[in-house]
Design a protein around this ligand. Structure first.
Ligand SMILES: [Zn+2]
Length: 96
């Protein structure tokens, strides 16, 4: 199957692996190792219909509590909280 061109920037898409990240309530689900067509220029990625179905099924299972996901170390940063931070320790963020 020819991956074709990126819809956003018209670069030639390449076969690759991507991750799908979704938030369900207070939990974050990351589905790894998804075969996809990835744009080497802008990072846009597309899944085949088959892959999309698998992702849908995984998400359904997760919603229903049928899926036992591996605990994941996640870092969550609240941008508003950072902006409001009065201490100098937050100044390092401006170097990012
Ligand atoms: Zn692109």
């Amino acid at each position: 199957m020819d991956p074709g061109e990126c819809l956003l920037c018209k670069s030639k898409m390449r076969e690759g692996i991507t991750e799908f990240v979704a938030r369900v309530g207070e939990q974050v689900v990351v589905i790894k190792n998804i075969p996809a067509f990835v744009c080497p220029n802008c990072g846009e990625s597309y899944y085949s219909i088959d892959t999309q179905r698998k992702i849908d099924r995984i998400m359904e299972a997760f919603h229903d509590g049928r899926l036992l996901a591996k605990p994941l170390a996640a870092g969550e940063v609240d941008l508003k909280a950072l902006e409001a931070c009065p201490t100098t320790s937050c100044a390092a963020i401006e170097d990012l």
